[in-house]
Design a protein around this ligand. Sequence first.
Ligand SMILES: [Zn+2]
Length: 156
Amino acid sequence: MVPPSRPRKLAKVPFVELADGRLQGVVSSGSDIERVYVSSVAAGTFAYACSTNNNRPCGGARGSFCNHIRALVTEAVLQYGAGRVARTLKVETADGEPTAQELIAEMTADRPAPDGAKPAASVFSRFLRHLAYLELEPVTTPLPEMQWFPPARAAA
Ligand SMILES: [Zn+2]
């Protein structure tokens, strides 16, 4: 794990990575604490995908990036820096560090297509392995990565 270049909102985007030719990660639902979205953008084509961890398609990701994908890009810029995100995704930008908004504007300018590969299942399993790895760390401080988990419910 690379330390984030700036503090991130882990409760909103508990997992982000540049892997498999994509920016991909897990984004908390803005409205439902028990739901998370698995979002991704492919390098070069900017083909995008967003669905719940139960494989329900995201209603916002029709025709363009939904708010989850936008949040993922924003958090990736905080985690990796805009230059590395732009290079990995092959986003052509003007000189200097682009903002997350500029990256999103550039990637959506040519109306990218939905990602036919549907990488959600593999991304979500990597997220769960990431959490398992965190559990091995001998820390006594709260783990912000765990914030998205809803409180356990009593068995009915
Ligand atoms: Zn979405």
